[in-house]
Design a protein around this ligand. Structure first.
Ligand code: AMP
Length: 421
């Protein structure tokens, strides 16, 4: 049996890297005042159809949808924003008229074509600011993502920003876009031809070669923004400049999910090649209403953690894991093992890594194991030691050895480590 295509195991030698990223995320989110939210891995399919949009690639091609034994249509979450909004409504968090700042870390599922940086189960860290209208909120979430990457040491990041307008100005642009693509319909993929009338913006985001080529001279949304959207977009740029965050305007950036309004942004790490977007997000002022709640202007982003990890590894930015002191206790016979276990328990309580044989090895075999395991000390309890009530404590670094009464072993090791003679 093998893990399914597009999924992967994270073994102990890599898991610490994930913990490293996640600790940095939690530390930063706490400074920015974001509270963690954990939502279920699966939801009613309708939530994503309504939230993400039923002409998007995610909904039309990529969802893991099944009927459960009760006949309900269920979908493994392909992203977390719709679920976070569902939870926000279900628990009436809007009731206090406050801005709610949430973050999440977890698995998402998309039936995508697996390749480096693209998986079927992948992990995202994301934030959602619900109930905030000001472009300062857009600047804050961008700053949070940017600061995270900078704190982790990543260089060569490029922030792309765009405004994709609102319900007032986008229809005019939509019409222009439909006209433009109608003239090039033969170049579009089947799906884009089909969704052109309903959602022409999707063509701009399509990954098919023909659609990309046909989009090159497409009209730009930024030429059609209404006064209000233009003012918000300018304010965002002013705030980013004040924060010292460099950005590039990218009028073709529309993002793959239908719920975005106004700000859309992406942070790219170009050495990752085709999957260079490590973070994508934007404003979604209409989503909460779409899911049945009150008007709640909101903004957020999601970071692909596999891609972030690839980028960190490419730049050698993951520090070696902190290694606790390490003791191997070699004991032979039940009585010796009982003494060993007692010492092991105390050492562990003191924060020392303490290993013992669990495979019935000889004392010689256990000592070999102690060497292999990279332990700093071996604590040896053979027949003679058991009779004397003292363990032989051997420094694996220099081979020196001393006999220490059983009950003093943990303190002896602690003193040695802190340099006490
Ligand atoms: P999205 O939720 O589509 O806005 O994507 C946000 C971020 O999630 C992207 O910028 C990627 O870093 C990451 N991401 C999206 N889809 C995948 C995938 N199939 N595999 C790995 N990472 C992904």
């Amino acid at each position: 049996m093998q893990a399914l295509r597009g999924t992967q195991d994270i073994l102990p030698e890599d898991a610490y890297k994930w913990n490293y990223m996640e600790s940095a995320i939690r530390r930063l989110c706490s400074c920015y005042g974001y509270g963690e939210i954990r939502t279920p891995m699966f939801e009613a399919t309708e939530l994503f159809q309504r939230g993400i949009g039923d002409t998007t690639d995610v909904v039309t091609k990529e969802m893991y949808t099944f009927t459960d034994r009760g006949g309900r249509s269920i979908t493994l979450r392909p992203e977390n924003t719709a679920s976070a909004v569902r939870a926000y409504l279900e628990h009436k968090l809007y009731g206090d008229q406050q801005v709610h700042k949430l973050f999440y870390i977890g698995s998402m599922f998309r039936y995508d074509r697996p390749q480096a940086g693209r998986y079927r189960e992948f992990h995202q860290f994301g934030v959602e600011v619900l109930g905030a209208d000001s472009p300062a909120a857009d600047a804050e979430v961008i700053a949070l993502a940017y600061t995270l990457f900078r704190e982790l040491g990543l260089k060569d990041l490029v922030l792309h920003v765009n405004s994709i307008g609102c319900g007032k100005c986008r229809p005019v642009y939509r019409q222009k876009l439909i006209e433009y693509f109608h003239e090039r319909e033969d170049k579009l993929c089947d799906l884009c031809r089909e969704r052109l009338e309903k959602n022409p913006l999707r063509v701009l985001d399509c990954k098919e070669e023909g659609c990309r080529a046909a989009s090159v001279d497409a009209p730009k949304i930024t030429d059609y923004l209404c006064e209000e959207c233009q003012a918000k977009f300018e304010a965002l740029q002013k705030y980013l400049t004040a924060l010292g965050i460099p950005f590039e305007l990218d009028p073709r950036l529309v993002r793959g999910l239908d719920y975005y309004t106004n700000t859309a942004f992406e942070i790219q790490y170009t050495p990752l090649g085709a999957q260079s977007a490590i973070c994508g997000g934007g404003r979604y002022d209409g989503l909460v209403e779409e899911i049945g709640g009150p008007h709640t202007p909101s903004v957020g982003f999601a970071v692909g953690l596999e891609r972030l990890l690839l980028a960190l590894e490419m730049q050698g930015l993951i520090p070696a894991p902190v290694r606790p002191r390490h003791v191997y206790i070699a004991a032979l016979g039940e009585d010796a093992v009982a003494e060993g276990i007692r010492i092991q328990q105390q050492l562990r309580a003191d924060g020392v890594r303490a290993d013992m044989d669990l495979q019935g090895r000889s004392l010689k075999g256990q000592m070999k194991q102690a060497g292999k395991s990279g332990a700093d000390y071996a604590v040896i309890i053979g027949e003679n030691e058991l009779a004397a009530g003292e363990a032989a404590v051997k420094s694996m670094a220099d081979g020196t050895q001393e006999n220490i009464p059983f009950e003093n072993v943990p303190k002896y090791i602690a003193d040695k480590e802190s340099g006490v003679k």
